[in-house]
Design a protein around this ligand. Structure first.
Ligand code: AMP
Ligand code: MG
Length: 420
């Protein structure tokens, strides 16, 4: 069988990322499942969460003190009549009606501000003598209270579908009584590592063999990004066996391969995919580490049309390249398959501790350490032996992003930081 040549396209980092984002925009999850709120952290909502009533449902005092009419305090100190007390959670107020001129009500944080009152004076500015209270500080209307429905109106959307839940989202769901939530099923990602030198982690490697670390770092990244990893057997650098495993992997929601995508004689991944009539959207990105990264789409039953079927990524086998290219390219596709609305790649910024000199031409994501406290953070590259150096990346806590057009970045320069 003649092998169709892979049309190589090496894109800039931005264009490669955009290509993934464009495909991800057309990907949608189909399966919905119900989870209890306690299991909902990091899950993606498949239903919007609505306010079941106004929030707050009453004008809520934010302080312990006295509910007053602000006009009564146009001159201070002022003495007011205390006509009652309102505790949080009490349904029947022990006050006759709306607050009248010259009256105040003792009130607790979280309690409803009574009709007639338009502000709350903090207890710190008051002095109580029996049924009278002396107030030493003016208030403006609305001070120390949250008006009814100021946070949300009954029936409004509090969190939309497509949002990955975190603790504020869980608190909101709890606050409207959602003990069960509809979420999207986690996408299943097949992980296929390739290479004759790669052995299982419980094997004793021969002198030139390497244990398979990539499948495990990928499984961790996949899980953290909201997917489920299915580890396939290690594929040898041999076309037929590789093809069988690729076909198996294409049954998943997304196939991630590592290794075998460089220019070496036994880097067969692209060739085998090409035989299977895969479509390639790019076969490299101008980045370091991770230049040989491949993105495409292929049908397990082969032959037919290009660019249909399951999306796949071929990630370079060097462990740091695998980790970086996952974050840059696989993550947006995984998130789309998980039902999450599109997330732009976000960077922090920090100042360089030491000058960097580097050859231009590639966008670089170099293992680095962000240190310092909240007022003065600094970033410094970690010494490394290149993209095979797992120990170096394990010593780092982030990646410093070097744009492709910079040769020298002086100490003190602002630099983008990718937090994995
Ligand atoms: P490749 O992309 O196949 O040329 O592999 C590049 C480098 O990454 C080689 O040194 C491989 O031994 C190493 N490598 C490939 N796959 C893995 C893996 N699953 N775990 C650890 N190292 C790997
Ligand atoms: Mg290899």
């Amino acid at each position: 069988m003649s092998v169709a040549p892979v049309h190589a396209s090496v894109l800039s980092f931005e264009n490669a990322r955009r290509a993934v984002e464009e495909h991800a925009a057309n990907v949608h999850p189909s399966v919905v499942e119900t989870v209890s709120l306690l299991d909902a952290d990091r899950r993606v909502l498949a239903e919007p969460i609505f306010a079941d009533r106004d929030i707050p449902p009453f004008p809520r005092s934010t302080r312990d003190g006295y509910a007053v009419r602000s006009v009564d305090l146009s001159k201070v100190p002022a003495a007011l009549d205390v006509i009652g007390e309102i505790k949080a959670g009490v349904e029947e107020f022990n006050i006759p009606g709306a607050l009248q001129a010259g009256e105040a009500v003792s009130i607790m944080t979280g309690a409803p501000v009574p009709a007639g009152a338009d502000a709350v004076v903090m207890i710190e500015y008051t002095d109580r003598h029996g049924d009278r209270v002396e107030i030493t500080k003016k208030v403006v209307p609305g001070e120390n209270l949250v008006p009814r429905a100021a946070e949300a109106k009954k029936g409004s959307v509090l969190i939309d579908r497509g949002v990955r839940l975190n603790e504020p989202g869980i608190a909101l769901a709890a606050s409207v009584g959602k003990s069960q939530l509809e979420v999207y099923r986690r996408p299943r990602l097949a992980v296929l590592t390739t290479g004759d030198e790669i052995v299982a982690i419980d094997a004793t490697p021969g002198p030139t063999q390497i244990r398979n670390s990539n499948s495990y770092s990928l499984a961790a990244q996949i899980r953290r990004a909201g997917g489920e990893a299915v580890l396939l057997p290690i594929a040898p650098d041999e076309s037929r066996a590789l093809k069988k495993l690729i076909q198996e992997g294409l049954a998943a929601d997304l196939l991630i391969m590592t290794g075998g995508v460089s220019m070496g004689r036994y880097d067969l991944v692209e060739q085998v995919l090409s035989e299977m009539a895969a479509g390639f959207f790019f076969t490299g990105a101008k980045i370091q580490p991770g230049r040989p990264v491949v993105f495409g789409r292929c049908r397990a039953d082969a032959q037919s049309s290009e660019a249909s079927g399951t999306y796949f990524f071929g990630l370079p086998g060097n462990p740091v390249s695998t980790m970086v290219t996952f974050e840059l390219f696989v993550r947006p596709m995984l998130e789309a398959l998980a039902g999450q609305s599109a997330q732009p790649l976000r960077f922090l910024h920090s100042r360089l501790k030491r000058e960097i000199r580097i050859k231009p031409g590639l966008t670089r994501f170099l293992p680095a350490n962000l240190t310092g406290d909240f007022e003065k953070s600094e970033i410094e590259l970690v010494a490394w032996q290149g993209s095979g150096d797992i120990a170096a990346v394990a010593r780092a806590n982030c990646y410093a992003v070097i744009p492709p057009d910079r040769e020298i970045m002086p100490a003190g320069d602002w630099i983008a930081v990718l937090m994995p």
